[in-house]
Ligand binder design. Structure first.
Ligand code: SAM
Length: 267
């Protein structure tokens, strides 16, 4: 037993990576370089941390579990490019990192229970971020990377693709972790657009339209959006109200949101 022995805690979503081949593949996918600014969320016992620091980059980590803090400190604390932040990544103020715009490279084998809110928290700071590499539940990665027309296309795909280019890099089986999770995992790369390809007049209205539309994904838009837009307004946005939400691409949702914006300001 080493002094670093730590019992994985379910409530912190702890599944520690132990497969050297998988760790290497993730690090290769990130390809960190000297002088870059990295932020690792949930370093755990440092499975990825060591390789990230080895690149010569400057690395901040955020870890919630107090018991892991002395372990991380003793492994990496001597390295001046390493900064340990104890706390909840969901509440972390990314501005305190003083990173240049579009510079921060965010990395994490994320606790699955917080992955979606954490991605949204990060996207609200998208201007600081150059890219993100995450290990997530495979099913979530499939939804993030989905295209219109299928069952995976929904609120998560649309709101993330509004901000980012999404790449499903590769899948990882449960055996790569200790303890093994019950589900398959995958690595995803998210790259925030420097210029949004389909900017909405009001981002909150896009969220509202998308939420409303997918609340009942089997129904037609004419039905699901009736509290927000009438058939005439849907048509004015160049959208067929007889379609179901999963048949619409991001640009069409933005047109609907802009129609709602016009209706609201024009009232
Ligand atoms: N990166 C390590 C690895 O690959 O072996 C650990 C990954 S484990 C799936 C998730 C890590 O996130 C754990 O160390 C856990 O304590 C930490 N964590 C859980 N919730 C967190 C939160 N809200 N903020 C920061 N870290 C959190």
């Amino acid at each position: 037993m080493s002094e670093y022995q730590h019992r994985a805690r379910k409530r912190f979503g702890q599944n520690f990576l132990h497969d050297a081949g998988v760790i290497h593949r993730i690090l290769r996918g990130i390809h960190a370089k000297e002088g870059e600014r990295l932020l690792e969320i949930g370093p755990g016992q440092g499975a990825l941390t060591e390789g990230l620091l080895g690149s010569g980059a400057q690395l901040d980590v955020i870890e919630l579990d107090l018991d892991l803090i002395p372990i991380l400190q003793s492994k990496f604390g001597h390295e001046p490019r390493f900064k340990l932040n104890q706390g909840d990544a969901l509440k972390f103020d990314f501005n305190q990192l003083n990173a240049e715009p579009h510079s921060l490279r965010v990395v994490g084998n994320l606790p699955y229970n917080i992955s979606t809110p954490l991605i949204f928290h990060l996207l609200s700071n998208a201007h600081l971020i150059r890219d993100m590499h995450f290990m997530l539940q495979k099913e979530v990665v499939e939804r993030l990377a989905a295209e219109p027309g299928g069952g995976d296309w929904g609120r998560l795909s649309i709101m993330v693709q509004y901000h980012c280019r999404v790449e499903h890099l590769f899948n990882v089986g449960p055996g790569a972790f200790n303890p093994p999770p019950k589900v398959d995992s995958a690595i995803v790369r998210l790259v925030p657009h420097e210029v949004l390809p389909h900017p909405a007049k009001d981002h909150r209205l896009l969220e509202r339209i998308v939420r409303e539309a997918f609340n009942q994904r089997r129904k037609t838009l004419r039905n699901t959006l009736k509290g927000l837009l009438d058939s005439h307004a849907i048509e004015a946005a160049g959208v067929d109200g007889g379609l179901r939400p999963e048949q619409l691409d991001l640009a069409a949702f933005v047109r609907l949101a802009d129609q709602l914006a016009e209706q609201t300001t024009g009232a």
